[in-house]
Write a protein that binds this ligand. Structure first.
Ligand code: FES
Ligand SMILES: [Fe+2]
Length: 307
Protein backbone atom coordinates (compact mmCIF):
# COMPACT_ATOMS: atom_id res chain seq x y z
CA UNK A 1 0.00 0.00 0.00
CA UNK A 2 1.39 3.38 -0.98
CA UNK A 3 1.73 6.11 1.60
CA UNK A 4 -0.05 9.38 0.93
CA UNK A 5 3.33 10.97 0.14
CA UNK A 6 4.22 8.23 -2.38
CA UNK A 7 0.81 8.55 -3.98
CA UNK A 8 1.20 12.32 -4.33
CA UNK A 9 4.67 11.83 -5.81
CA UNK A 10 3.34 9.56 -8.57
CA UNK A 11 0.08 11.31 -9.35
CA UNK A 12 0.78 15.07 -9.22
CA UNK A 13 2.08 16.50 -12.50
CA UNK A 14 1.59 20.26 -12.23
CA UNK A 15 4.52 22.70 -12.63
CA UNK A 16 7.21 22.20 -9.99
CA UNK A 17 6.19 18.68 -8.95
CA UNK A 18 8.73 15.83 -9.35
CA UNK A 19 6.48 13.80 -11.68
CA UNK A 20 5.53 17.00 -13.51
CA UNK A 21 9.24 17.62 -14.12
CA UNK A 22 9.60 14.07 -15.44
CA UNK A 23 6.75 14.59 -17.93
CA UNK A 24 8.44 17.85 -18.88
CA UNK A 25 11.50 15.94 -20.12
CA UNK A 26 9.51 14.10 -22.80
CA UNK A 27 7.51 14.89 -25.92
CA UNK A 28 3.89 14.15 -25.07
CA UNK A 29 0.58 14.36 -26.99
CA UNK A 30 -1.09 17.76 -26.68
CA UNK A 31 -4.12 17.01 -28.87
CA UNK A 32 -5.18 15.15 -31.99
CA UNK A 33 -3.94 16.68 -35.23
CA UNK A 34 -7.55 16.79 -36.43
CA UNK A 35 -8.45 19.18 -33.59
CA UNK A 36 -6.51 21.87 -35.44
CA UNK A 37 -7.25 20.50 -38.90
CA UNK A 38 -5.63 22.99 -41.24
CA UNK A 39 -3.72 26.23 -41.73
CA UNK A 40 -5.40 29.13 -39.87
CA UNK A 41 -8.13 26.83 -38.51
CA UNK A 42 -9.93 27.52 -35.24
CA UNK A 43 -7.62 27.15 -32.20
CA UNK A 44 -8.20 24.39 -29.65
CA UNK A 45 -8.19 24.67 -25.87
CA UNK A 46 -5.62 22.30 -24.36
CA UNK A 47 -5.03 21.69 -20.67
CA UNK A 48 -1.86 19.70 -20.20
CA UNK A 49 -0.05 18.90 -16.94
CA UNK A 50 -2.35 21.45 -15.24
CA UNK A 51 -1.31 24.24 -17.65
CA UNK A 52 -3.98 26.06 -19.66
CA UNK A 53 -2.82 26.37 -23.26
CA UNK A 54 -4.05 27.00 -26.78
CA UNK A 55 -3.09 24.88 -29.78
CA UNK A 56 -3.28 26.46 -33.21
CA UNK A 57 -1.90 26.01 -36.70
CA UNK A 58 -0.42 28.98 -38.52
CA UNK A 59 -0.85 29.93 -42.19
CA UNK A 60 1.99 27.58 -43.16
CA UNK A 61 0.35 24.68 -41.30
CA UNK A 62 2.89 24.68 -38.43
CA UNK A 63 1.39 23.74 -35.06
CA UNK A 64 1.94 25.94 -32.02
CA UNK A 65 1.10 25.66 -28.34
CA UNK A 66 0.90 28.91 -26.39
CA UNK A 67 -0.42 30.25 -23.10
CA UNK A 68 -4.22 30.35 -22.98
CA UNK A 69 -4.09 34.00 -21.86
CA UNK A 70 -2.59 37.08 -23.45
CA UNK A 71 0.44 38.53 -21.62
CA UNK A 72 -1.00 42.05 -22.03
CA UNK A 73 -4.21 42.00 -20.02
CA UNK A 74 -5.03 38.33 -19.80
CA UNK A 75 -7.65 38.03 -22.54
CA UNK A 76 -8.33 34.42 -23.64
CA UNK A 77 -6.28 33.63 -26.73
CA UNK A 78 -8.84 30.99 -27.74
CA UNK A 79 -10.91 33.83 -29.20
CA UNK A 80 -7.91 35.22 -31.08
CA UNK A 81 -7.91 35.72 -34.84
CA UNK A 82 -5.72 33.12 -36.50
CA UNK A 83 -4.35 35.01 -39.50
CA UNK A 84 -1.18 35.56 -41.52
CA UNK A 85 1.11 33.33 -39.48
CA UNK A 86 0.04 34.32 -36.01
CA UNK A 87 -2.74 34.36 -33.45
CA UNK A 88 -4.00 37.90 -32.81
CA UNK A 89 -5.52 38.67 -29.41
CA UNK A 90 -9.08 39.98 -29.78
CA UNK A 91 -8.65 42.62 -27.09
CA UNK A 92 -5.93 45.00 -28.36
CA UNK A 93 -4.61 43.03 -31.31
CA UNK A 94 -1.22 41.86 -30.09
CA UNK A 95 -0.23 39.05 -32.40
CA UNK A 96 1.99 36.05 -31.61
CA UNK A 97 3.58 33.41 -33.81
CA UNK A 98 3.92 29.68 -33.02
CA UNK A 99 7.24 30.39 -31.27
CA UNK A 100 5.61 32.87 -28.91
CA UNK A 101 7.22 35.96 -30.46
CA UNK A 102 5.12 39.11 -30.70
CA UNK A 103 5.04 39.84 -34.43
CA UNK A 104 2.65 42.79 -34.38
CA UNK A 105 1.68 45.33 -31.74
CA UNK A 106 -0.86 47.75 -33.23
CA UNK A 107 -1.29 51.30 -31.97
CA UNK A 108 2.32 51.64 -30.86
CA UNK A 109 4.18 54.74 -32.14
CA UNK A 110 6.15 54.62 -35.38
CA UNK A 111 9.59 53.12 -34.76
CA UNK A 112 8.58 51.75 -31.36
CA UNK A 113 10.44 48.50 -30.66
CA UNK A 114 8.47 47.46 -27.59
CA UNK A 115 7.01 44.47 -29.41
CA UNK A 116 10.49 42.96 -29.65
CA UNK A 117 10.46 42.63 -25.86
CA UNK A 118 7.05 40.94 -25.72
CA UNK A 119 6.55 37.20 -25.80
CA UNK A 120 3.83 34.76 -24.82
CA UNK A 121 4.66 31.43 -23.21
CA UNK A 122 5.08 28.94 -26.06
CA UNK A 123 6.12 25.32 -26.22
CA UNK A 124 7.71 23.46 -29.15
CA UNK A 125 5.22 21.29 -31.04
CA UNK A 126 5.22 19.01 -34.06
CA UNK A 127 2.72 16.92 -35.96
CA UNK A 128 3.19 13.13 -36.35
CA UNK A 129 1.04 10.02 -36.35
CA UNK A 130 -2.22 11.96 -36.12
CA UNK A 131 -1.08 13.68 -32.91
CA UNK A 132 0.28 17.14 -32.07
CA UNK A 133 3.28 16.45 -29.83
CA UNK A 134 4.56 19.05 -27.39
CA UNK A 135 7.53 19.53 -25.10
CA UNK A 136 6.78 21.51 -21.93
CA UNK A 137 10.23 21.37 -20.34
CA UNK A 138 13.29 23.63 -20.23
CA UNK A 139 14.72 24.49 -23.64
CA UNK A 140 18.22 23.32 -22.72
CA UNK A 141 16.87 19.84 -22.00
CA UNK A 142 14.91 19.42 -25.23
CA UNK A 143 15.07 15.70 -26.14
CA UNK A 144 15.07 14.27 -29.68
CA UNK A 145 11.64 13.90 -31.21
CA UNK A 146 10.08 10.46 -30.85
CA UNK A 147 9.83 8.39 -34.00
CA UNK A 148 7.44 5.56 -33.32
CA UNK A 149 6.93 2.95 -35.99
CA UNK A 150 3.24 3.81 -36.31
CA UNK A 151 3.99 7.44 -37.24
CA UNK A 152 4.38 6.35 -40.85
CA UNK A 153 1.33 4.10 -41.02
CA UNK A 154 -1.40 5.43 -43.30
CA UNK A 155 -4.92 5.99 -42.03
CA UNK A 156 -5.98 2.60 -43.34
CA UNK A 157 -3.39 0.95 -41.04
CA UNK A 158 -3.78 3.13 -37.98
CA UNK A 159 -6.77 3.60 -35.74
CA UNK A 160 -6.54 6.37 -33.15
CA UNK A 161 -9.16 7.74 -30.77
CA UNK A 162 -8.97 10.06 -27.79
CA UNK A 163 -11.09 9.61 -24.67
CA UNK A 164 -11.53 11.80 -21.62
CA UNK A 165 -11.08 9.81 -18.41
CA UNK A 166 -12.14 11.30 -15.10
CA UNK A 167 -9.29 9.77 -13.15
CA UNK A 168 -5.61 10.37 -12.57
CA UNK A 169 -3.36 9.21 -15.43
CA UNK A 170 -1.68 6.70 -13.12
CA UNK A 171 -4.91 4.88 -12.33
CA UNK A 172 -5.56 4.65 -16.06
CA UNK A 173 -2.16 3.02 -16.67
CA UNK A 174 -2.33 0.47 -13.86
CA UNK A 175 -4.86 -1.75 -15.65
CA UNK A 176 -2.48 -2.38 -18.55
CA UNK A 177 -0.04 -4.11 -16.21
CA UNK A 178 -2.57 -5.96 -14.11
CA UNK A 179 -2.64 -9.32 -15.90
CA UNK A 180 -5.07 -10.97 -13.49
CA UNK A 181 -8.04 -8.67 -13.99
CA UNK A 182 -8.50 -9.47 -17.66
CA UNK A 183 -9.49 -13.07 -17.03
CA UNK A 184 -12.36 -11.93 -14.85
CA UNK A 185 -13.37 -8.42 -15.79
CA UNK A 186 -13.06 -8.96 -19.54
CA UNK A 187 -14.47 -12.50 -19.56
CA UNK A 188 -17.99 -13.29 -20.67
CA UNK A 189 -20.01 -16.46 -21.08
CA UNK A 190 -19.04 -16.57 -24.76
CA UNK A 191 -15.35 -16.25 -23.87
CA UNK A 192 -15.59 -12.59 -24.87
CA UNK A 193 -15.42 -13.56 -28.51
CA UNK A 194 -16.60 -10.13 -29.53
CA UNK A 195 -13.10 -8.93 -28.66
CA UNK A 196 -10.53 -9.79 -31.34
CA UNK A 197 -7.63 -9.95 -28.88
CA UNK A 198 -9.46 -12.49 -26.76
CA UNK A 199 -10.37 -14.58 -29.78
CA UNK A 200 -6.71 -14.73 -30.67
CA UNK A 201 -5.71 -16.00 -27.26
CA UNK A 202 -8.54 -18.51 -27.08
CA UNK A 203 -12.06 -17.99 -25.85
CA UNK A 204 -11.83 -19.34 -22.35
CA UNK A 205 -9.33 -17.04 -20.75
CA UNK A 206 -9.88 -18.50 -17.31
CA UNK A 207 -7.94 -21.60 -18.40
CA UNK A 208 -4.89 -19.61 -19.35
CA UNK A 209 -5.12 -17.77 -16.05
CA UNK A 210 -5.00 -21.05 -14.17
CA UNK A 211 -2.00 -22.18 -16.20
CA UNK A 212 -0.07 -18.94 -15.76
CA UNK A 213 3.59 -19.80 -15.35
CA UNK A 214 5.38 -16.58 -14.62
CA UNK A 215 5.52 -12.82 -15.04
CA UNK A 216 8.79 -11.02 -15.49
CA UNK A 217 9.56 -7.29 -15.64
CA UNK A 218 12.76 -5.98 -17.22
CA UNK A 219 14.08 -2.42 -17.30
CA UNK A 220 14.85 -1.12 -20.78
CA UNK A 221 16.46 2.05 -22.12
CA UNK A 222 13.03 3.49 -22.90
CA UNK A 223 11.06 2.19 -19.91
CA UNK A 224 10.15 -1.40 -19.09
CA UNK A 225 9.21 -4.68 -20.69
CA UNK A 226 6.57 -6.90 -19.13
CA UNK A 227 6.67 -10.58 -20.08
CA UNK A 228 3.88 -12.98 -19.10
CA UNK A 229 4.04 -16.71 -19.87
CA UNK A 230 0.92 -18.84 -19.62
CA UNK A 231 0.22 -22.44 -20.53
CA UNK A 232 -2.04 -22.86 -23.54
CA UNK A 233 -3.44 -26.32 -24.04
CA UNK A 234 -1.29 -29.35 -23.31
CA UNK A 235 1.92 -28.58 -25.09
CA UNK A 236 2.30 -24.88 -25.81
CA UNK A 237 2.70 -21.55 -24.07
CA UNK A 238 1.36 -18.10 -24.79
CA UNK A 239 4.05 -15.47 -24.24
CA UNK A 240 2.76 -11.90 -24.01
CA UNK A 241 5.31 -9.09 -24.18
CA UNK A 242 4.12 -5.58 -23.32
CA UNK A 243 6.31 -2.52 -23.59
CA UNK A 244 6.18 0.54 -21.37
CA UNK A 245 7.57 3.76 -22.84
CA UNK A 246 8.41 6.68 -20.59
CA UNK A 247 6.69 8.73 -19.41
CA UNK A 248 3.24 7.09 -19.68
CA UNK A 249 2.82 5.10 -22.90
CA UNK A 250 1.93 1.43 -22.75
CA UNK A 251 2.04 -1.21 -25.45
CA UNK A 252 -0.56 -3.62 -24.21
CA UNK A 253 0.28 -6.53 -26.50
CA UNK A 254 -1.52 -7.85 -29.53
CA UNK A 255 -5.04 -6.65 -30.09
CA UNK A 256 -6.00 -9.17 -32.76
CA UNK A 257 -4.16 -11.07 -35.48
CA UNK A 258 -1.41 -8.74 -36.68
CA UNK A 259 -2.85 -5.76 -34.81
CA UNK A 260 -0.66 -3.90 -32.31
CA UNK A 261 -1.83 -1.70 -29.49
CA UNK A 262 -0.63 1.34 -27.59
CA UNK A 263 -2.35 3.39 -24.94
CA UNK A 264 -1.05 6.87 -24.24
CA UNK A 265 -2.35 8.39 -20.99
CA UNK A 266 -1.67 12.09 -20.67
CA UNK A 267 -2.48 14.12 -17.56
CA UNK A 268 -4.87 17.01 -18.07
CA UNK A 269 -4.57 17.80 -14.38
CA UNK A 270 -4.33 15.64 -11.27
CA UNK A 271 -7.94 14.45 -11.50
CA UNK A 272 -8.33 13.70 -15.20
CA UNK A 273 -6.42 12.52 -18.22
CA UNK A 274 -6.76 11.80 -21.91
CA UNK A 275 -6.46 8.27 -23.20
CA UNK A 276 -5.12 8.12 -26.75
CA UNK A 277 -6.08 4.62 -27.82
CA UNK A 278 -4.03 3.47 -30.75
CA UNK A 279 -4.15 0.30 -32.85
CA UNK A 280 -2.01 -0.27 -35.90
CA UNK A 281 -1.21 -3.01 -38.38
CA UNK A 282 1.13 -3.71 -41.28
CA UNK A 283 -1.91 -4.67 -43.32
CA UNK A 284 -4.88 -2.38 -43.99
CA UNK A 285 -7.72 -2.71 -41.49
CA UNK A 286 -10.99 -4.11 -42.74
CA UNK A 287 -14.16 -2.20 -41.77
CA UNK A 288 -15.05 -5.17 -39.54
CA UNK A 289 -11.73 -4.91 -37.66
CA UNK A 290 -12.26 -1.21 -37.04
CA UNK A 291 -15.79 -1.89 -35.83
CA UNK A 292 -14.61 -4.62 -33.47
CA UNK A 293 -11.80 -2.52 -32.17
CA UNK A 294 -14.16 0.33 -31.39
CA UNK A 295 -16.76 -1.76 -29.64
CA UNK A 296 -15.51 -5.34 -29.14
CA UNK A 297 -15.73 -6.34 -25.52
CA UNK A 298 -15.12 -2.91 -24.05
CA UNK A 299 -17.35 -0.01 -23.20
CA UNK A 300 -16.14 3.46 -24.05
CA UNK A 301 -17.97 6.77 -24.03
CA UNK A 302 -20.14 7.40 -27.07
CA UNK A 303 -18.29 8.93 -29.95
CA UNK A 304 -19.38 11.79 -32.14
CA UNK A 305 -21.43 10.19 -34.97
CA UNK A 306 -19.22 9.46 -37.94
CA UNK A 307 -15.97 9.41 -35.97
S1 FES B 1 -5.20 41.70 -23.72
FE1 FES B 1 -4.38 40.85 -25.49
S2 FES B 1 -3.72 42.53 -26.64
FE2 FES B 1 -4.47 43.39 -24.82
FE1 LIG C 1 -14.65 48.70 -24.58
Amino acid sequence: MLTREENDLLTQTGPGTPMGDLFRRHWIPACLAEEIPGADSTPARVTLLSENLIAFRDSDGNPGLIDAYCPHRGAPMFFGRNEECGLRCVYHGWKFDVNGMCVDLPNSPEGETYKDKVTIKAYPAFDAGGIIWAYLGPKDKLPPKPNFEWFDMGHDRRYLRKYLLRCNYFQAIEGDYDPSHGFFLHSTLDGNNSNPGNRLRGGNRLNSFLNRKHVQIEDTLYGQQHIAVAGFGEASNVVTVSQFFMPSFTGSGISGPGVYASNLRIPIDDESCYHYRLRWSYEPFTPQQVQEDKYGGYTYPDQIPGS
